[in-house]
Design a protein around this ligand. Structure first.
Ligand SMILES: Cc1cc2nc3c(=O)[nH]c(=O)nc-3n(C[C@H](O)[C@H](O)[C@H](O)COP(=O)(O)O)c2cc1C
Length: 162
C-alpha cells in the first residue's frame, strides 16, 4: 500500500496516541507518541517524529537510525497510557503488556502485531530543537523543564495495514 493511503484517518488517530518502537543492541522498546506528521520531503514519503532527549527511545533511535510507528485501529488505550508514562529504562513494557511484534520487511526494528497502519521508518535527517529559535509562548507551554525534542525526519520505507 502507499504511505498516504490512510493518512487522513491516521493523522487524526495519531493525535490521540500511537506506538513507536525502537531497537538497538537487542533491546526493543515501545513508547507512545502523539505528535508527528506524514508528508513528502526530498521526493520521499517521510514520517516526522518528535522525541524528547530524556526518553530511552531517544537513545535507541540515535544508535539505530530507525523505528516503526503503529497507528492502532483497535482500542489500545491502556497500552497507550502505560507506554506513555513508563520508561523502558525501568521496565520491559512489551513483556508487561503481552504485546507481540512481527519482523519488519525493510528494517531490523520490528513492527507491533495489532490491527492498524504500520510504518517502517529510516532516519534521513535529525535536528535538535534550538530554544532560541522557538516561539516564546510555545516554549512556555511545552518546555518549562527544558526537555527539548529532537525532530526525526524518517523515510517511510514500507507501509502495511493489518
Ligand atoms: C498520549 C501521549 C503522547 C505522547 N507523545 C509523545 C511524543 O510525541 N514525544 C515524546 O517525546 N514523548 C511523548 N509522550 C511521552 C512518552 O511516551 C513517555 O515519556 C514514555 O514514558 C517514554 O518512554 P521511554 O523512556 O521508554 O522512551 C507521550 C505520552 C502520552 C501519554
Amino acid at each position: 500500500m502507499k504511505y498516504n493511503d490512510n493518512a487522513k484517518n491516521d493523522l487524526t488517530a495519531l493525535s490521540k496516541g500511537a506506538f513507536l518502537i525502537s531497537q538497538d543492541a537487542g533491546q526493543t522498546n515501545i513508547m507512545t507518541i502523539a505528535w508527528g506528521a506524514i508528508g513528502n520531503i526530498w521526493g520521499k514519503p517521510v514520517f516526522i517524529a518528535l522525541v524528547r532527549k530524556s526518553r530511552f527511545t531517544h537513545e535507541l533511535i540515535n544508535n539505530s537510525n530507525e523505528f516503526t510507528v503503529t497507528i492502532p485501529h483497535e482500542d489500545m488505550s491502556e497500552a497507550l497510557a502505560l507506554c506513555g508514562t513508563k520508561s523502558g529504562r525501568e521496565m520491559d513494557k512489551m513483556e508487561f503488556l503481552g504485546l507481540k511484534t512481527v519482523p519488519s520487511k525493510e528494517i531490523k526494528t520490528p513492527t507491533l502485531d495489532c490491527k492498524g497502519t504500520h510504518y517502517e521508518c529510516m532516519v534521513l535527517y535529525k535536528t535538535d530543537m534550538k530554544p532560541s529559535e522557538l516561539d516564546e509562548l510555545t516554549k512556555e507551554r511545552w518546555y518549562g523543564d527544558n526537555d527539548f525534542h529532537t525532530v526525526y525526519f524518517a523515510e517511510i520505507v514500507n507501509t502495511t495495514e493489518k
